[in-house]
Design a protein around this ligand. Structure first.
Ligand SMILES: C[S@@+](CC[C@H](N)C(=O)[O-])C[C@H]1O[C@@H](n2cnc3c(N)ncnc32)[C@H](O)[C@@H]1O
Length: 256
């Protein structure tokens, strides 16, 4: 089941909490590089990378997200030998080739709920990363310690996230935090989109997502435990030191 079918129309409206696109453009190893984007969604990052690499391949489990990405690729006249996308589960796929650079922007790793899924992702990265290639994964840096999250994260109170006008339609997004799994710190937030016309509610759509949390040391350890070598790390996309910024961004490659 594609959980994003109803909410897909709102994805590109949300204001991004950071400007990560120049960062990913600057990390592409060369103009000829082959890039694999895991969880490419509507192509928010995939499209702006097409001018910076030889070829980019995107995978996503949501056909609804990919259909928007395909429309954008077509509108931009980007040929299939430059960029192409397909439905796949990033925890279990086989493409029969390797890539110079693998990315999963906007916290895709955190959508994986179980250890088996996380292990599957790292196995797939290992199998698809070229010998000298590198991979960048990113998660958010929790703004409180684990006990603080366990005690205070859940609330049924809706929190305002953003609003936007599209023509005569007003769109709002709130989030709700009904439950979490306390041991592994897996959060289950709900995003509630509402559309209004002349102040009358037209439609309400709820997207239930998974956000598994990682702390700075734990995130690096996870990567090392899966047999990789850390190459670089950042605390965000504005040069924040690792552990001091709002995001955790780690680049790694094969060991040895
Ligand atoms: C927050 S969006 C990020 C999209 C895009 N990377 C960006 O930066 O805008 C997370 C994406 O990961 C995809 N995703 C989550 N779990 C996945 C899985 N197991 N396999 C493939 N894609 C997955 C979702 O469908 C969604 O498009």
């Amino acid at each position: 089941m594609d959980i994003r079918v109803e909410a897909v129309q709102y994805y590109d409206l949300q204001p991004s909490p950071f400007d990560d696109i120049p960062f990913y453009q600057s990390r592409v190893p060369s103009k000829d590089a082959s890039v694999l984007e895991l969880g490419c969604g509507t192509g928010r990052v995939l499209l702006p990378l097409t001018d910076y690499c030889g070829y980019i391949h995107g995978l996503d489990i949501s056909e609804a997200m990919l259909s928007i990405c395909r429309q954008k690729l077509q509108r931009a006249n980007i040929p299939k030998d430059k960029a192409s996308v397909e439905v796949a589960d990033i925890t279990n796929f086989s493409l029969d080739r390797t890539f110079d650079f693998i990315i999963a922007p906007f916290r895709v790793l955190q959508n994986l709920e179980t250890d088996d899924q996380v292990n599957g992702l790292f196995d797939c990265i290992g199998a698809h990363l070229s010998r000298d290639g590198s991979c960048i994964l990113n998660v958010f840096h929790p703004n409180r310690d684990a006990d603080g999250l366990r005690k205070n994260w859940c609330t049924m109170e809706e929190k305002f996230s953003w609003e936007k006008s599209v023509g005569k339609v007003q769109i709002t997004c709130h989030d709700r935090r009904p439950r979490m799994e306390s041991e592994k710190l897996v959060l289950y937030p709900e995003l509630i989109y509402r559309t209004y016309q002349e102040n009358a509610l037209q439609r309400e759509t709820v997207l239930k997502i998974v956000m598994r949390c990682y702390y700075p040391q734990q995130f690096e350890q996870l990567i090392v435990d899966h047999g990789f070598k850390i190459l670089n790390r950042w605390g965000g996309y504005a040069d924040e030191p690792y552990g001091d910024g709002p995001e955790l961004v780690v680049e790694f490659g094969h060991r040895g």
